[in-house]
Write a protein that binds this ligand. Structure first.
Ligand code: PHE
Ligand code: FE
Length: 287
């Protein structure tokens, strides 16, 4: 049987998608999702941007069990025109950008083992669906994700993928957002991690700096541990405005003459929410 139901548009072949094979998940795999889900939904209220919790509800992600992408896509399609399609794991940039530009979010169909609840390197279905999909129900964020895909196609031609990937990292994966007088988390890498959901907001170690496009694109990031710097957007509308309404070609070109920042730097024009102690990263490095 084909997992792509009659209501769902079939993406082009050779695009790395595979059937989700939802009926093949074991009871233990569904239980892993439920355990992760319970842990995060207990932690997130008061920490995550409210639109994320709205998205969980609107999309029927409250479970139990690993969501069926076909049913999820039916609901999401009606709200913002997005679909969720399954892949085995990470896919090449070109295919990834093409999916986003066509409002298809690619999600790994496997789930981590019970001994990997806290950390794994490859994005699994919990990270991809719980972390990323709720905000795809938000019209402005949904538009940002598509714009990013188109921006990726453009950056490929301009030789600026590394610059643009920093934007993805510091927004879609590890972004913070203002919420009244407080900060809140919205990046998928944070909201799907119990440890980083707390660290990103409460720990004195990392810098928290106001979002600035060029600053972000000149800042490297780490993939092996909690971030040393987080960037704070004012709103999703502001993020979309600052990215969609600007031609990145001259921005990329101007950056070629400038150096990258070090990961812990505070720059002269930074809007500083927290100047981090970097104690967490230093302690790790000393080991
Ligand atoms: N405006 C960007 C460009 O000219 C495209 C983009 C939009 C990139 C939104 C990221 C996010 O390349
Ligand atoms: Fe991700």
């Amino acid at each position: 049987m084909n997992d792509l139901g009659p209501g769902t548009m079939k993406p082009p072949a050779g695009d790395y998608t595979i059937p989700q094979n939802w009926s093949h998940y074991t009871a233990e795999e569904h239980a892993t999702w439920d355990a992760l889900y319970a842990r995060q939904t207990k932690l997130l209220p008061g920490r995550v941007v409210p639109q994320f919790l709205d998205g969980l509800k609107l999309l029927g992600l409250e479970g139990p069990g690993i969501p069926n992408f076909e049913q999820l896509s039916d609901i999401l399609m009606k709200r913002t025109g997005w679909q969720v399609v399954a892949v085995e794991g990470l896919i090449p940039d070109g295919a990834f950008f093409d999916h986003l530009a066509n409002r298809r979010f690619v999600a790994g169909n496997f789930i981590r083992r019970p001994d990997q609840l806290d950390y794994l390197e490859e994005p699994d279905v919990f990270h991809d669906v719980f972390g990323h999909v709720p905000l795809l129900a938000h019209p402005v964020f949904a538009d940002y994700m598509q714009a990013y895909g188109k921006g990726g196609q453009r950056a490929t031609q301009l030789g600026a993928i590394q610059r643009l990937s920093r934007l993805y990292w510091y927004t879609v994966e590890f972004g913070l957002i203002r919420n009244g007088d407080d900060l809140a988390i919205y990046g998928a890498g944070i909201v799907s991690s119990a440890g980083e959901s707390v660290f990103a907001l409460d720990d004195p170690s990392p810098n928290r700096i106001g979002f600035n496009l060029e600053r972000v694109m000149r800042t490297p990031y780490r993939i092996d541990d909690y971030q040393q710097t987080y960037f704070v957007i004012d709103s999703f509308e502001d993020l979309l405005h600052q990215t969609l309404d600007q031609d990145f070609a001259p921005i990329y070109a101007a950056m070629d003459a400038k150096q990258d920042f070090a990961i812990t730097d505070i720059a002269p024009n930074d809007l500083i929410y927290t100047q981090g102690t970097q104690a967490y990263a230093s302690a790790k490095a000393a080991k």
